[in-house]
Write a protein that binds this ligand. Structure first.
Ligand SMILES: *Cc1c(COP(=O)(O)O)cnc(C)c1O
Ligand SMILES: [Zn+2]
Length: 403
């Protein structure tokens, strides 16, 4: 049992209403579960395979879900990087290991299931790339058409490839993501298409399971959870889910929610460090981490609550720091992520150097998407393969100079 409610004015709406923001005041909606009516135990959950659907009592879907077996992603102990930073308890939850290679799949299994449950016939989103890849795959699984709007020329190659191959109608807008989102919101409302950006409160329900899994895998509540922030849906979702676990009595404290943005696109960081009541949009967001190249985070209002209520923080990292951590994760830990994902770990490196966090903390960094999403940025940073004549001598001379 659940209903939709406005996080600003508290107005309540029936779960079947097709609305994305509060019709009374325009603010964000959230899914309110009747937690006192939920009788599941942690033992019940532990008996099920670890995945988004382990936690189905806290999800709004009542039909058989549209699923590609999302979630259950590995939690890696970052031994080498942690040792170098003096952080013995540093972990990375590798969301790149989801079916389409990013955490967006957790949102889409729930979001597309809800589209079907609500009787919607088509779905759409604006995307910096991963949302479109994921929506395209889940719409294919559901057998319904998907329309995706991308900022022209600003989407990593692997993500466009996925959206196209899974059969979405891919439309490139000659402007940035924020403009594409405004356009798709109008389109959906006018044409009766189901909107699956992170303004959709049902999508965030799926994403909150990252926090549930992290706790189940770590065996305790981490002191800090660190997420890259673009539209700020994910950090808001994880916070919301953990509040629900607290209400159920499954946990007795919350991790400090910590958001990391790119220096060229950091409106949430500015709101937190400036103590502002709301997030002021950055009009010209720019960063190599295209997944977080967002100037007007739609979930900014929720993210400020998540960070402030848990005593967390927000910080920014330069493109250079992001790419350098992408290489460190790949070469010191064997973990391949796309640039935006490396921002969370790069952010921790910066915060520890600034003395802003305690070295004993148990820290879970969410690394959000897979290395293969953005091969062009990888190729640009790495030396080319050494090309040689097909002789033993040429081979040996390269091998000798390699150790
Ligand atoms: C979507 C995305 C983000 C940003 O998540 P938000 O919920 O928009 O803050 C970060 N990294 C990757 C790889 C993403 O796909
Ligand atoms: Zn309202």
């Amino acid at each position: 049992m659940y209903r939709l409610s406005c996080i600003h004015c508290g107005a309540e709406y029936a779960p079947g209403e097709i609305i994305y923001t509060c019709p009374k005041c325009g603010h964000l909606l959230t899914v309110d579960h009747d937690l006192d009516a939920i009788s599941v135990t942690r033992e019940d959950w532990n008996r099920r395979p670890i995945s988004v659907w382990r936690y189905r009592e806290l999800l709004p879907v009542t039909i058989p879900p549209v699923t590609l077996q999302e979630g259950g992603t590995p939690l890696y102990h970052l031994e080498r990087i942690g040792r170098e930073l003096g952080l013995p308890h540093l972990y990375a939850k590798h969301e790149g290991m989801n079916p389409t290679g990013s955490f967006k799949d957790r949102g889409m299994t729930v979001g597309v299931s809800m589209a079907i449950q609500l009787g919607m016939k088509s779905v759409a989103c604006a995307s910096t790339g991963n949302t479109s890849a994921s929506l395209a795959a889940y719409a294919a699984k559901a057998g319904i058409p998907a329309i995706v709007l991308l900022p022209a020329g600003k989407v990593a190659l692997g993500k466009v490839a996925q959206a196209l191959m899974h059969g979405a109608r891919v439309i490139a807008i000659r402007d940035n993501f924020d403009v594409a989102l405004a356009m798709v919101r109008n389109l959906c409302i006018e044409q009766g298409i189901y909107l699956l950006n992170s303004v959709n409160p049902y999508r965030l329900e799926g994403q909150k399971t990252i926090g549930f899994e992290a706790i189940d895998q770590l065996g305790e509540v981490p002191d800090r959870m660190v997420l890259p922030v673009g539209n700020a849906g994910n950090i808001s979702a994880v916070y919301k889910g953990l509040r629900e676990l607290e209400h159920l009595g499954f946990i007795d404290r919350l991790p400090m929610m910590t958001g990391i943005q790119a220096a060229g696109s950091q409106p949430v960081v500015e709101a937190i460090s400036g103590g502002l009541p709301e997030v002021r949009p950055e009009m010209h967001p720019e960063t190599v981490a295209t997944a977080i190249r967002i100037g007007a985070p739609v979930n900014g209002e929720k993210a400020l609550i998540a960070i402030r209520e848990t005593g967390g923080t927000a910080g920014s990292v330069t493109d250079e720091e992001i790419l350098s951590m992408q290489r460190e994760l790949a070469q010191k830990e064997g973990i391949g992520v796309e640039p935006a994902s490396a921002a969370s770990v790069a952010g921790i490196k910066k915060l520890i150097e600034e003395g802003a966090i305690d070295r004993d903390e148990r820290i879970v960094c969410v690394v959000t998407g897979h290395l293969l999403k953005d091969p062009e940025t990888v190729i640009k940073q790495c030396p080319s393969p050494v090309e040689i004549d097909a002789t033993e001598q040429a081979l040996l001379s390269v091998v000798r100079s390699s150790f």
